[in-house]
Design a protein around this ligand. Structure first.
Ligand SMILES: [Zn+2]
Length: 416
């Protein structure tokens, strides 16, 4: 299968400049780039007036939480989680999670996201939804041992089973491990999880220092096997200087979720100081119940503006674009985060024939500061369009919507 994209501008990575180039895709991978002659192809797209950029990565989310979007507003993290979210999550079955995840993927693909890092449960349903949609996902099972270490180990076994069933499936799915947070996992449990992940070569993701009430020691945590794992630490809002030094490792990434952090009154993560410590930062939306949109463009701009509040040289356009693309790609292991020969064709096509993309000499600035996520014209994952000009070619949109609404009706009907 050969697909040719022509007449578009192409931004190959966060640090280069857009230029006119053709892109040839063969069997899901980019096989030719720039200027070449290719007469016989299966599909040819004239993308005049469009810009092609690497696909965005959502490095921290709980995809199925679209089921709880808007359900718990104006609350602090603790009450939000324990009084509103957990009681609903207790009632979710795999089919509910499947349709919540599907809706989330529709939103993400519509906004140029090609892959996401998920922490949830009923992970067979999450992985199945990603595969059915054709989107990339690093799937992790949220793990806690609040009901005792043995109960925690049963959850860990589920995570191992998910790994064996899904890891590497069709080049779209990776499975990692998701210890929820140091306040919901004992250190012994985290060590146990980390040893398992390390042996399997799997990535770990964990919430860290999200709210200022969280009281534990990262130094102690890193005395476990976690220190040798590849880890995505989500949030890191309330992190001190010493702890920042501990995160400055090439195995570690921080997933910054600025909207969720503000909405739950957790504050602003010190991203600029992290960048100075050479910490690798990527961007996440968190779940739709605490954001409420799954829009990495929005996170890019908000992250940038929050860091600029003290000094305008903080967070340059390239840094923001790198967080949304290549850093998320490296953290998740899902893609290259670039447009390059040999890489998976994971890309976004933006309609830039809009007043807010002029003057075109400064397109990269516009991608952070004046973009509208709905300007995404098409999103391709591994050479397949998952969103194209108001359509989702891999799914039946109306069926997903009505199933989703059925789940919502059931959740609300059984609430009282
Ligand atoms: Zn989270």
């Amino acid at each position: 299968m050969k697909i040719l994209l022509e007449n578009a501008l192409v931004l190959k990575d966060a640090f280069s400049q857009p230029k006119r180039a053709k892109v040839l895709i063969e069997n899901g991978k980019i096989s030719k780039l720039d200027d070449f002659v290719e007469e016989v192809v299966d599909e040819r797209y004239d993308l005049s007036g469009k810009l092609i950029i690497p696909g965005l990565i959502n490095a921290h989310t709980h995809a199925a939480m679209t089921l709880m979007r808007g359900i718990a507003e104006d609350m602090y993290l603790h009450d939000w989680l324990f009084k509103r979210i957990f009681p609903i999550e207790d009632r979710l079955n795999p089919e509910d999670v499947y349709y919540g995840t599907m809706l989330s993927q529709m939103e993400m693909a519509r906004k140029g996201i090609v892959g996401y890092v998920d922490m949830y449960f009923h992970c067979d349903a999450v992985a199945r939804a990603a595969l059915d949609f054709g989107m990339k996902a690093l799937v992790t099972r949220g793990l806690t041992d609040v009901n005792g270490l043995e109960a925690g180990k049963l959850k860990l076994q589920q995570n191992i089973d998910y790994f064996q069933r899904w890891h590497g499936k069709e080049g779209l799915i990776l499975v990692g491990f998701g210890p929820h947070a140091p306040y919901s996992c004992s250190t012994a449990y985290i060590d146990h999880i980390a040893k398992t992940a390390y042996e399997l070569g799997a990535t770990v993701t964990i919430h860290l220092y999200e709210s200022k009430q969280e009281n534990y020691s990262l130094k102690e945590l890193l005395k476990t096997k976690l220190s040798e794992c590849k880890v995505i630490f989500a949030h890191c809002v309330h992190i001190n200087k010493q702890d920042m030094k501990l995160l400055s490792s090439e195995n570690f990434f921080v997933a910054h979720n600025p909207t969720s952090n503000l909405k739950l009154a957790n504050g602003i993560a010190p991203i600029q100081r992290m960048l100075k410590e050479n910490i690798r930062v990527c961007l996440g939306t968190d779940g739709a119940a605490s954001n409420n949109t799954l829009d990495i463009w929005h996170e890019m701009r908000l992250a940038t503006l929050l860091q600029k509040k003290d000094n305008p040289i903080n967070m340059k356009v390239e840094e923001a674009l790198a967080m949304a693309t290549i850093n998320g790609a490296k953290a998740s292991g899902l893609t290259t985060g670039t447009i390059e020969i040999g890489g998976d064709a994971d890309l976004v096509v933006l309609d830039i024939e809009k007043p807010w993309y002029l003057p075109q000499q400064y397109l990269k600035s516009h991608l952070v500061h004046s973009v509208n996520s709905l300007d995404v014209f098409a999103t391709m994952v591994k050479g397949r369009w998952v969103y194209f000009d108001n359509n989702f070619p891999t799914i039946k949109e109306s069926q997903i919507r009505s199933k989703f609404e059925g789940v919502i009706k059931k959740l609300i009907d059984t609430k009282n």
